[in-house]
Design a protein around this ligand. Structure first.
Ligand SMILES: *Cc1c(COP(=O)(O)O)cnc(C)c1O
Length: 222
């Protein structure tokens, strides 16, 4: 298993210049990451803390690591010192512990609020109302070592393109509201779209897409 450089170059060349491609390397060996790294790629996403920490230790230090998976608060200490962007802040408890760990690591951590936009109950995230409420009271004041720089969401896993588009459009409108509340200089990241739906996400304004299987092939053992 390794990276598909052909698919990588095709995707990279097709993306708008201001769109960040997060290569989701979960379940992939370090060799697959090294292949994309050699092609100049620096943004990689992982969803399990142990794997993230092990890969970060083994790979070049200029990689920007994105945490995209559900966060157990007792594991935050393992990635707080080096993580580039946390996409998956889905509850207040995560904000609270991340704040403590950022302080402890002596740094500021950029985070995205994950919003529950899909029909599926299994997907995580704040409700749209909760996100608006957090932005209205200015989430930042309570968490001085964190900076909320945007929103993240996952659409329903479905063939229904209209539904997926509507879910992305909802997240996009929340993103615009968050920018108004917290400032356009601060809130700049809209993370939505995966291998199967990134084109729709781009149409609806995504500027970070998280793509795994399209670049690395299907994941085994998942
Ligand atoms: C696995 C994962 C992705 C990438 O999924 P693909 O369908 O392989 O592109 C994106 N975002 C999150 C949160 C993921 O867990």
């Amino acid at each position: 298993m390794s990276a598909n450089l052909f698919a990588y170059r095709g995707l990279r060349d097709a993306l708008p210049a201001d769109c960040t491609l997060v290569a989701v390397s979960k379940f992939q060996p370090v060799e697959a990451i090294e292949a994309l790294y050699a092609a100049g790629h620096r943004d990689f996403g992982e969803n399990r803390v142990q794997e993230l920490a092990a890969k970060a230790a083994a790979l070049p230090k200029d990689i920007r690591w994105h945490m995209i998976g559900r966060i157990q608060t007792n594991k935050i200490r393992e990635f707080a010192p080096f993580v580039h962007l946390v996409h998956s802040v889905d509850r207040l408890e995560v904000l609270r512990v991340l704040q403590n760990e950022a302080l402890r690591a002596g740094r500021r951590i950029d985070v995205l609020l994950q919003v529950h936009i899909a029909r599926e109950e299994t997907k995580a995230g704040f409700s749209p109302d909760e996100v608006l409420g957090l932005c209205a009271v200015n989430v930042l004041n309570e968490y001085p070592n964190l900076r909320v720089v945007g929103l993240m969401g996952m659409a329903s896993f479905t063939e229904d393109r209209d539904l997926v588009r509507a879910e992305f459009a909802l997240l996009s409108s929340l993103f615009r509201a968050a920018r108004e509340q917290l400032g356009v200089g601060q809130v700049t990241v809209l993370s939505m779209g995966m291998s199967g739906d990134y084109e729709l996400a781009l149409t609806e304004g995504a500027n970070h897409i998280r793509v795994g299987s399209l670049l690395f092939g299907a994941r085994s053992g998942q």
